[in-house]
Design a protein around this ligand. Structure first.
Ligand SMILES: N[C@@H](CCC(=O)N[C@@H](CS)C(=O)NCC(=O)O)C(=O)O
Length: 212
């Protein structure tokens, strides 16, 4: 049984929960972070000194934090090819695109775009900064757009861990009130993701509680 600490409307928790859902793992999720608190308690800080979510505990093993590391742990322990390939070269290819997604796409979206649009009161929003941030994000998304002209998923025609690190951002990217560039392959890929039950359950979640 996995125990996961983290609120359902945290994007990092969503990536983790989507993975848990795809792998069909038994779990309990405890709301923590933002309005739920808990992350500043001594018990939580003993698990994760950063005071961030998600944190995962798998049985008696030490608690894990850092979403990318947790996803790799779950894939290594419970995943199978093609989701998490067996050969080193193929696995590293998936890992590379997962890392690319985390560093380039998620970090170009969450604070620079999502927080500026959703977590900032309308009167304090900076349209020029938002436009610049969306332009920077879309420069990265165009790399995926190009790949998705040739592949059903980010790495290949198979759904992999990289799709989780990449795709969980797209619900909010397509849902928030911004002007978006035309990227038909990305849009079609997002449409395919929305057909996955675990994506619907764990990623297509209201973020109203985060609104400024
Ligand atoms: N690098 C960490 C970042 C974790 C992080 O910043 N989590 C956010 C939620 S997405 C958080 O804990 N925010 C504070 C809160 O929810 O109270 C990871 O990838 O897990």
């Amino acid at each position: 049984m996995l125990t996961i600490w983290g609120r359902a409307d945290s994007s990092n928790v969503q990536a983790l929960m989507w993975c848990v859902g795809e792998l069909g793992l038994a779990h309990e999720r405890i709301d923590a972070g933002h309005r739920f608190g808990i992350v500043d308690t001594p018990d939580f800080r003993a698990m994760n000194p950063n005071g961030t979510v998600p944190v995962l505990r798998d049985g008696d093993n030490p608690p894990l934090w850092e979403t990318g590391a947790i996803l790799r742990y779950l894939a290594n322990r419970y995943g199978a090819a093609p989701f998490w390939p067996v050969t080193l070269i193929a696995r590293t290819e998936v890992d590379r695109w997962a890392e690319w997604s985390k560093i380039n796409v998620a970090q170009c979206f969450t604070a620079p775009v999502f927080w500026r649009v959703v977590r900032t009161p309308a009167a304090k929003r900076d349209p020029a900064a938002i436009t610049a941030a969306v332009t920077a994000l879309e420069a990265k998304l165009r790399i995926a757009e190009d790949r998705l002209a040739r592949h059903v998923c980010l790495v290949s025609d198979d759904f992999t861990l990289a799709d989780i690190q990449f795709g969980h951002i797209l619900f909010r990217y397509y849902d928030i009130d911004i002007a978006r560039a035309e990227m038909p392959n990305l849009r079609a890929y997002y449409g395919r993701l929305t057909q996955r039950p675990a994506f619907r359950d764990h990623v297509m979640v209201s973020y109203d509680a985060l609104r400024a």
